[in-house]
Design a protein around this ligand. Structure first.
Ligand SMILES: [Cu+2]
Length: 167
């Protein structure tokens, strides 16, 4: 009887630990990508062509974005020139880590998913495309290629700061 009690309490303990762990990791994410007002995304919004203040060339190699760390000043509208120098089709998606993970999950189920949202662009082998984005909030804005087999390595971060820090 004593032995059974020990086993049961061990099971309860491990359940408590896993619940506490998932709760903890959840609070690290940026929720659903919107701030308290509920209308402006934490990661920014599609930019207007007339507001572009800087152009950043991003190369898409066979499994990486180059560069993968970018610094921009808050409020600025950036034109990303996406050069796919590889032999594979790639995609760039800007979003919270949660949004990127959800999209990557959807792409695992349906690799031929159509991309219509303004925060994502598909770039074929050898192609060059553009994405214009305005960074409205300070913080770290993740981007990634959500394709299956690409998502884990093909990632980057844009740090949005009060002043531009040259790196
Ligand atoms: Cu890719």
């Amino acid at each position: 009887m004593k032995r059974i009690l020990i086993i049961i309490s061990a099971i309860i303990f491990s359940l408590t630990v896993s619940v506490a762990f998932s709760g903890g990791s959840h609070s690290h994410k940026h929720g659903h990508g919107h701030d308290q007002e509920g209308n402006m995304s934490l990661v920014g919004k599609p930019g207007n062509l007339s507001d572009i203040s800087r152009t950043i060339v991003l190369e898409m190699t066979f499994n990486k974005f180059k560069p993968s760390k970018i610094n921009v000043k808050k409020g600025k509208t950036i034109k990303f020139v996406l050069k796919n120098v590889s032999e594979k089709e790639h995609e760039i998606m800007i979003g919270t880590m949660k949004e990127l993970e959800e999209h990557a999950k959807m792409m695992r189920k349906d690799p031929h998913l159509e991309h219509v949202d303004p925060n994502q662009v598909t770039v074929g082998p050898g192609e060059t495309k553009e994405l214009v984005w305005q960074f409205t909030n300070m913080g770290t804005v993740p981007f990634a290629c959500p394709r299956h087999g690409h998502f884990k390595s093909m990632r980057g971060e844009i740090s949005v700061t009060k002043n531009y820090v040259h790196k």
